[in-house]
Design a protein around this ligand. Structure first.
Ligand code: TMP
Ligand code: ASP
Length: 254
């Protein structure tokens, strides 16, 4: 494979220049961080699984007309995506109380919320991704009011769809974080779903036992992290054929 220019390295992914203008290659690492990278580790095979899980979910979402940056998976750890201008806002949707909502407001983990709650965080590692209101987002020009209308509408549709999809495989979608980008095509601009959707940025609980099947196993040192990610992939019907032996995947070429 040809040598590619690295454009950006994040905590869990690397972006390379794509083969054609307007495309990028998104590489999924096994690195895991939590608490704004104060906790660091490796989850063997995570990149391979998240690449597959995110591919699967983005394809399913495209089938209900959610625009996404995803084009196609290239190999075990890489996918081809459309280049977008990332909106610096993390959109979190919560269906059941957990994590920072529980600690901030004293609502016990596992409490079903009266309705789905959408929250925004300003994407800025130096500031520790502070929570913001829609007012901050529009006042500081991170997104316009019409962008926010699109984002909220898409987010609620994504939540309903993914909640049903996961429920069908015995998993409760407790909460998740998504990101959006601006896609420029000819004279038009569209808001599209970007980044990834995987157990790194969702809380997924077994519907029967409430066992955690996501990155909280790493954040909270619960063990069996690899197994949990694999089980999510297995239930979605996408565990790579050769099972865990295949998980390391091809080495990145630079
Ligand atoms: P929180 O309860 O810690 O605020 O997390 C809410 C959801 O957002 C949870 O599914 C994990 C996800 N998340 C990220 O993907 N990235 C982050 O940096 C944080 C803090 C949470
Ligand atoms: N990925 C984030 C970080 O390292 C936090 C998290 O997912 O908990 O900082």
């Amino acid at each position: 494979m040809a040598r590619r220019r690295q454009l950006y390295e994040g905590k869990a992914k690397i972006l390379f220049e794509g083969p054609e203008p307007g495309t990028l290659v998104q590489y999924f690492k096994d690195d895991a961080t939590a608490f704004n990278a104060q906790k660091k580790g490796t989850i063997t095979g995570k990149g391979v699984l998240n690449n597959r899980i995110s591919e699967f979910l983005m394809i399913k979402l495209a089938e209900i007309n959610i625009p996404t940056h995803f084009i196609r998976r290239l190999n075990m750890r890489e996918q081809l995506i459309k280049e977008v201008e990332i909106i610096p806002v993390e959109v979190v949707v919560r269906n059941i109380a957990a994590g920072s909502l529980s600690s901030r407001l004293g609502i016990p983990e596992g409490t079903r919320l009266p309705r789905s709650i959408v929250e925004y965080y300003y994407k800025n590692d130096q500031l520790g991704d502070p929570m913001v209101a829609e007012e901050h987002i529009t006042a500081f020009g991170w997104a316009t009011p019409p962008d926010m209308d699109d984002i909220v509408h898409l987010t609620l549709r994504i939540n309903d769809f993914l909640t049903g999809l996961f429920l069908g495989v015995g998993i409760t979608l407790v909460d998740f974080k998504i990101e959006f980008g601006r896609l420029f095509e000819n004279e038009d601009m569209r808001i599209v779903l970007a980044d990834e959707i995987s157990p790194d940025n969702c809380r997924l609980w077994d519907s029967k036992t409430n066992e955690k099947m996501d990155k909280d196993r790493f954040r909270r040192d619960l063990g069996k992290i690899e197994e949990a990610y694999q089980e999510v992939a297995r239930r979605l019907g996408i565990l790579p054929e050769a099972g865990t032996r295949d998980m390391k995947g091809p080495e990145m070429m630079q």
